[in-house]
Design a protein around this ligand. Structure first.
Ligand SMILES: Nc1ncnc2c1ncn2[C@@H]1O[C@H](COP(=O)(O)OP(=O)(O)OP(=O)(O)O)[C@@H](O)[C@H]1O
Ligand SMILES: [Mg+2]
Length: 361
């Protein structure tokens, strides 16, 4: 059979794609064999009945848009529920234009991507589990440090007793007291961290959260002579756990201010930016403070790691931040140059954000 004839008579039915042609009333007027095999009898039925098992038109309908503007569209759609699980497909909508520009028909070409979606969800789950593993490793590390302190205190106290050296005994005793205090505050904070709060996801204005955090630190920054600025663009509302994101930004800004304080560079400044690029919502905190060397950069997330000394930092700030960000399907990115400053960025791809909690107004 000549290739042209084969394309005309066979290709439509033999491509591994579900193809339908719909008219302006969303009725399917033509479909290929692959579609019929997958979805069954289609004659006289509408696209939303077949693809989605619906009785009415979809609220967001890409086909309607294509009928209106004649543009080609590609979108990902949840399909019907089959054997108890949700299916997903990706669909190309191509308008069939008449010479006058009218669009009487659209061709919809779709592929089932349910298995890819399942893998994506499994990957997200695995990332969450990996974060838990790192947290547990960090906890063990933190406890080991305190145990070393306790061991040292016991040794000094014991040798103080053996030698009848009261001063040495008191020195050892002080070490014991310090380390017991450390482990109890450590345990309390860790429990708070692990228990967390149940995130409440609502549609919120990301810029408003940034403003609140800036307000919180304005006086403190001014007092120590650090310029705290924000640069925000209008971004659409996003489904976020407002208080969780507030915590993240508080941690980042407080770290940035600490970094500026511990550096003696001129014109210390912290800049908080909120913006959106290619479907990803971004919060960014940049400082021109002390920056981090290679060793510190490697360890910021992995351990209960702090360079701020006993009583000041517990090293839970960034860990908590990462946990909250990952719960939103996002990631934490940073770059830092020793002596010149650091930038931390929280990135939230819109399509991975959680769905808002319907019970909260
Ligand atoms: N903006 C920054 N500039 C320089 N170093 C930073 C910055 N942010 C974090 N760090 C380094 O990372 C370490 C860990 O930060 P993290 O916020 O987790 O803990 P912390 O600030 O020390 O204590 P906590 O936040 O629990 O009070 C800090 O001790 C510091 O060494
Ligand atoms: Mg911190």
């Amino acid at each position: 059979m000549p290739i042209n004839e084969w394309i005309r008579t066979q290709l439509f039915d033999q491509v591994p794609l579900n193809i339908t042609v719909i008219d302006r009333s969303f009725h399917i007027v033509e479909a290929n064999q692959a579609f019929e095999n997958e979805y069954g009898e289609w004659r006289g039925r509408r696209c939303y009945e077949m693809y989605k098992g619906r009785t009415e038109r979809c609220t967001h309908c890409a086909a309607r848009e294509t009928f209106r503007d004649g543009q080609i569209r590609v979108c990902e759609e949840p399909g019907v529920v089959r054997e108890g699980t949700q299916t997903y497909y990706v669909v190309h909508m191509v308008p069939m234009k008449e010479p006058g520009g009218q669009v009487p028909f659209i061709i919809e070409m779709s592929t089932d991507i349910t298995s890819v979606k399942v893998l994506e969800q499994e990957k997200l789950q695995a990332e969450r589990l990996a974060a838990v593993g790192q947290t547990v490793a960090g906890l063990a590390h933190g406890i080991k440090n305190v145990l070393m302190g306790l061991d040292g205190g016991m040794y000094i106290a014991r040798t103080g007793i053996e030698r009848g050296d009261v001063e040495r005994l008191l020195e050892g005793w002080q070490m014991l007291e310090d380390n017991v205090a450390r482990i109890s505050s450590f345990t309390r904070e860790f429990l708070e961290f692990a228990r967390g709060r149940t995130p409440t996801v609502t549609l919120v204005d990301p810029v408003a959260i940034t403003r609140k955090v800036i307000e919180l630190f304005r006086d403190k920054a001014e007092l120590v002579g650090i310029r705290l600025d924000s640069a925000t663009e209008d971004v659409p509302l996003a489904p976020l756990d407002e208080s969780g994101i507030h915590t993240c930004l508080t941690n980042l800004v407080s770290n940035a201010l600490d970094a500026c304080e511990s550096s003696d560079g001129p014109a210390p400044q912290v800049l908080v930016r909120t913006y959106e690029r290619e479907g990803t919502l971004v919060f960014e905190v940049a400082d021109n403070g002390a920056g981090m060397d290679y060793d510190v950069k490697k360890r910021v997330f992995t351990n209960f790691f702090s360079t701020k000394g006993t009583g000041k930092g517990t090293g839970l700030g960034l860990l908590t931040t990462r946990k909250i960000v990952q719960e939103h399907g996002g990631r934490v990115w940073f770059e830092s140059v020793e002596g010149s400053g650091s930038t931390f960025r929280l990135e939230f791809p819109r399509e991975r954000l959680p769905t808002p909690d319907p019970t909260v107004g």
